[in-house]
Ligand binder design. Structure first.
Ligand code: HEC
Ligand code: HEC
Ligand code: HEC
Length: 454
């Protein structure tokens, strides 16, 4: 009898929390609600409130037992871990659509059923995502993805995937593109007339210099690998540490950088004004004439035209299934299944977020010889949490943009994929799979000005 009573008591206790959770539904989160402008997506906001925000926001209202001794530390740990890993839910309904790095991750946890975590579902009955939730979420993901890619309608099958084919840039003034191309290749933008943008971002070398570190004016070596300019317009910010907001802001940098082009913006416009062709071309396009602003605008416009369309992978995505071999298709499947796409997403397969390198283990301790370039985003924010965070590089044309990583430490693509699996995914991907992923990466090389890059 006593035993039965004990069991009943334990059972009642075990049920008390889930039942209390059942009765006390979460209150709408004002921070989230103010942003839901589209009534169709009310449902998604409410899913986030009811089933996600407990752990993905430090502002959520928690149930009473969150203050009890053991529960409180467990819950605090969940919130800390959950917000650290993913703190973008509250921004999902902001004025700008969430970027692909966010959408891809939500889609992933929805499809693999990993969120909310199993122990949470045990305590919060009915908190799992049901088929209606999933339908609403997927509709919203497609809608947000379409908007982020300049389309109003997300029903096209392409919008089901976090990786999209490159689309041709729209609305570029061809005369500005031509002027920008000339400036990009013009040595007069450097202090001693020896270097142009193309010296370090050679369009015949995948938009890079294919060197570990670049050589600037008077033979000076830089301390960080030069990323490609190809498809750079797709990146949400420029530079490894994101210190330039866009291509125009970026273009002002190297000209005046003493170890790159070593010129002064006080001198460059004057030098170009001595050239009647430039005077005429600028006069036609810019009422202000030749200034730092018009020069960098023309260069940025040219860079926006550097989108490498029509890779075999893009042909495949657009429905030409035989554009990839069976091995390459398997490599793509592994790229998705292993989770590479959590960071290498969108049209450029990268450039959508800052991510820490490395998340598991310590790449820098293993490599040795620390340099200031290893600081990454920390250099801009001075926030310790941003140390070793880098803008995720694009994987487009990756076979041409060696050596790899911000430190340019290797030209061996298989080695980089192994480092990624180990440090970013904490997974021991078999050699065979690494080789298949490398084969897939080889299909990302596109065309420039209608000619295949090589
Ligand atoms: C009980 C707390 C909890 C709840 C509730 C919860 N999460 Fe999480 N979430 C976490 C934790 C902890 C992590 C980090 C590690 C992990 O994957 O377990 C995480 C990770 C994530 C990630 C990043 C996954 C990745 O691989 O990068 C996403 C996206 C996410 N959650 C979305 C959601 C969504 C959407 C919901 C609601 C449907 C939700 N979470 C509900 C605790 C929670
Ligand atoms: C001396 C070599 C050198 C020259 C010359 C040079 N760059 Fe760079 N460029 C680099 C390096 C190195 C970086 C990476 C620096 C960093 O992230 O801190 C870079 C970064 C960039 C990026 C950012 C790409 C990304 O993914 O973040 C763009 C765009 C770019 N350069 C365009 C230009 C343009 C335009 C010019 C001419 C005005 C130019 N560069 C001149 C070496 C050079
Ligand atoms: C958690 C985010 C994340 C994941 C997951 C991830 N990467 Fe990366 N990847 C990065 C970052 C950040 C860098 C830049 C690191 C650096 O330069 O120090 C990078 C760099 C690379 C590079 C070098 C690019 C270049 O131009 O230098 C390749 C190739 C690459 N990743 C492929 C992959 C593959 C394949 C996978 C899956 C096995 C993967 N990544 C998974 C974040 C990630």
């Amino acid at each position: 009898m006593k035993k039965l009573l004990c069991i009943a008591l334990l059972l009642a206790l075990a049920l008390a929390f889930p039942v209390s959770n059942l009765l006390a539904t979460r209150k709408p989160d004002p921070a989230l609600r103010t942003h839901v402008k589209d009534a169709r997506h009310e449902k998604v906001a409410s899913i986030f409130e009811q089933k996600c925000l407990d752990c993905h926001s430090d502002k959520a209202t928690l149930p009473f037992y969150a203050n009890l001794p053991v529960a409180s530390s467990m819950i605090a740990k969940d919130i800390k871990h959950g917000t650290e890993e993913f703190n973008a839910l509250l921004d999902c309904f902001g004025p700008t659509p969430p970027n692909e790095a966010v959408l891809a991750r939500i889609q992933r946890v929805m499809e693999d059923g990993s969120m909310p975590p199993a122990d949470y579902r045990l305590m919060h009955w009915g908190s799992g995502l049901n088929s209606e939730d999933k339908k609403a979420l997927m509709e919203w993901i497609r809608f947000a993805r379409a908007r982020a890619n300049g389309q109003a309608d997300g029903t096209h099958p392409l919008f089901a995937s976090p990786i999209l084919p490159l689309t041709a840039p729209q609305g570029l003034n061809p005369d500005k593109v031509a002027l920008g191309r000339k400036l990009y290749h013009d040595n007069r933008l450097s202090g001693d007339n020896t270097l142009s943008c193309a010296s370090c971002h050679d369009l015949k070398k995948g938009g890079t210099d294919q060197a570990q570190y670049s050589t600037g004016i008077k033979g000076q070596k830089g301390g960080i690998n030069a990323p490609t300019v190809l498809n750079a317009s797709h990146a949400f910010v420029q530079f490894w540490d994101g210190r330039a907001a866009d291509l125009q802001a970026q273009a002002a940098g190297p000209v005046a950088n003493p170890i790159e082009m070593g010129a002064s913006w006080n001198d460059v416009p004057g030098k170009l004004k001595a050239d009647p062709d430039y005077v005429a071309a600028f006069a036609k396009l810019y009422p202000e004439g030749i200034t730092k602003n018009s020069i960098t605008d023309a260069i940025a416009t040219f860079e926006k035209s550097l989108v490498t369309l029509n890779s075999r992978f893009d042909q495949f995505l657009r429905g030409k299934t035989d554009a990839l071999t069976a091995d390459e298709q398997e490599g793509y499947r592994l790229f998705m299944a292993d989770g590479c796409y959590k960071c290498h997403v969108g049209q450029a397969l990268g450039g959508e977020s800052f991510e820490k390198f490395s998340l598991h283990g310590d790449y820098f301790a293993e490599r040795g010889n620390p340099t200031p370039a290893d600081d990454g985003r920390y250099a801009v924010t001075k926030n310790e949490a941003d140390r070793h965070k880098f803008k995720v590089p694009t994987l487009r044309n990756i076979t041409l943009t060696f050596p790899y990583l911000h430190d340019g430490s290797t030209s061996d693509l298989a080695k980089v994929v192994k480092l990624m699996a180990k440090h970013q995914l904490h997974s021991n991907v078999p050699e065979r799979d690494i080789a298949l992923i490398v084969k897939f990466l080889g299909t990302l090389t596109g065309e420039l000005d209608g000619r295949p890059l090589k």
